[in-house]
Ligand binder design. Structure first.
Ligand SMILES: Cc1cc2nc3c(=O)[nH]c(=O)nc-3n(C[C@H](O)[C@H](O)[C@H](O)COP(=O)(O)OP(=O)(O)OC[C@H]3O[C@@H](n4cnc5c(N)ncnc54)[C@H](O)[C@@H]3O)c2cc1C
Length: 401
């Protein structure tokens, strides 16, 4: 049995960030990732402007830029009736660019950053089980592709292992997300015609698509649709992907002359819930703590900000020599304060997917109601509060003819 102060499971943005912050604070951190990095990731590769602020606080913004992070100037949202609205973040003179980030390279760069801050990193090691004694997480049992079984004892176990979190399941914290149950598909294209400075979101009925330009004619196309017999009926993921692209005339047009570089990759169901993001001796970060739906394009931001909150709680608990549930519980309240209203907004926005005529109606009003549009941009961009756009008065002002 080896022993570390903290073991972090998962080398996505959440795991890499919490490992870097805790190593920075002087803790002995081991990060375990099952893949060899860089690894592909099913993601639309777009994120809200505030993620750049967090990367800066982490000290990893330059590394992310070297890994291909690009600043965009907005996202053009297409309603099913052809109405478009360009969502541009930031007030006049203080632009807050939304971001495009190639996940394979970004995630590898963030893990490298954690390593440079002093965290030890094991790649190609799968955590098979959390070791639990008397209801307290005490470490993990892992399988190293080269060295076989490894047991690591830890004072704190941090699960940052994504939506199918082994850690959340082993600690009895995972709960199914009953709605929406969706499938996500992504593939990169090359030779996508200019302009390549804005992302695009195409809304459909019960489905939506995204296009994120990664620069030089490279772009990621993502499709989200109801989980069901689709892939079987269509004859596999590839025909389903093509059939879904064909459902969005504006996307089809945008991809004219472009070439798909790879077979589509998919994941479903996309979401999961958790009872709480902590247990005695353990914290959950990023998607492992819960993920709803990628429509709002903020999973990376949530993973980074959640990692920051987790690192603060973990640092205080480790210094106090107390990683009990009582000591870790404030993390849940902090997450609720930081993410609760935005989560409610994410639910509300599902109306646009479930009831397509509403999307065109609302976008037409956002085009002419500047103050309402700015409040929505701030909430969606994570640099402003979501509460104001949840108020009945906001919705009434937006929806009145
Ligand atoms: C279709 C789709 C599109 C999306 N588009 C966007 C978008 O455009 N913008 C955005 O911000 N978010 C998007 N998201 C969400 C975003 O990808 C996630 O929220 C984000 O990756 C969460 O980061 P994480 O670090 O929590 O988990 P992940 O990035 O999933 O990382 C988890 C890591 O844990 C590792 N792991 C898992 N199990 C084990 C184990 N047992 N042992 C060791 N390692 C393990 C995995 O290999 C992985 O590297 C999208 C999601 C989907 C499904």
């Amino acid at each position: 049995m080896e022993s570390r102060e903290v073991v972090v499971i998962g080398g996505g943005p959440g795991g890499a960030a919490v490992a870097a912050w805790l190593a920075d604070a002087g803790h002995d951190v081991l990060l375990i990732e099952r893949a060899a990095l860089p690894r592909p990731k099913v993601c639309a590769e777009y994120t809200s402007p505030e993620a750049a602020v967090l990367l800066e606080r982490l000290g990893a913004l330059e590394a992310a830029e070297r890994a291909g992070l690009r600043r965009l100037d907005g996202i053009v949202i297409h309603a099913p009736d052809g109405t478009t609205w360009r969502m541009v973040h930031g007030a006049e003179g203080a632009a807050r660019p939304n971001l495009a980030l190639p996940r394979d390279r970004l995630d590898a760069a963030l893990v490298e950053h954690a390593r440079s801050r002093g965290a030890e990193v094991w790649e190609r090691v799968l955590v098979r089980r959390v070791l639990v004694e008397d209801g307290v997480a005490r470490g993990v049992l892992a399988r190293d592709q080269r060295e076989g079984e490894r047991r690591v004892a830890a004072r704190l176990v941090i699960g940052a292992d994504g939506v199918r979190s082994r850690v959340a399941r082993d600690l009895g914290l995972a709960r199914p997300l009953r709605w929406p149950r969706r499938l996500g598909l992504v593939a990169r294209y090359q030779d996508v015609p200019a302009p390549d400075h804005a992302a695009a979101l195409y809304l459909g009925a019960g489905t939506y698509a995204g296009l994120t330009p990664l620069g030089g004619g490279l772009a990621t196309v993502s499709l989200v649709t109801a989980l069901g017999p689709g892939p079987r009926r269509a004859g596999g993921l590839e025909p389903l992907f093509e059939a879904l692209v064909a459902c969005f005339p504006a996307l089809r047009e945008r991809l004219r002359g472009a070439h798909r570089l790879e077979r589509p990759r998919g994941i479903g169901p996309l979401g999961q819930r958790t009872a709480r993001p902590y247990a005695p001796g353990a914290l959950l970060v990023g998607d492992a703590a819960g993920f709803f739906d990628p429509l709002t394009g903020d999973g990376i931001y949530l993973a980074l900000r959640g990692a920051e909150l987790a690192a603060e709680t973990a640092d205080a608990a480790l210094r106090a020599g107390d990683c009990s549930a009582t000591r870790l519980a404030p993390y849940q309240q902090q997450r609720h304060a930081a993410f609760g209203a935005k989560a409610r907004l994410a639910w509300l926005l599902q109306l646009f997917i479930c009831w397509p005529p509403l999307a065109g109606y609302a976008l037409r009003r956002l085009r002419t109601r500047g103050a309402l549009a700015q409040a929505l941009c701030a909430a969606l961009g994570d640099y402003g509060p979501a509460e104001p756009v949840l108020r009945p008065g906001y919705l009434a002002a937006l929806l009145r003819p």
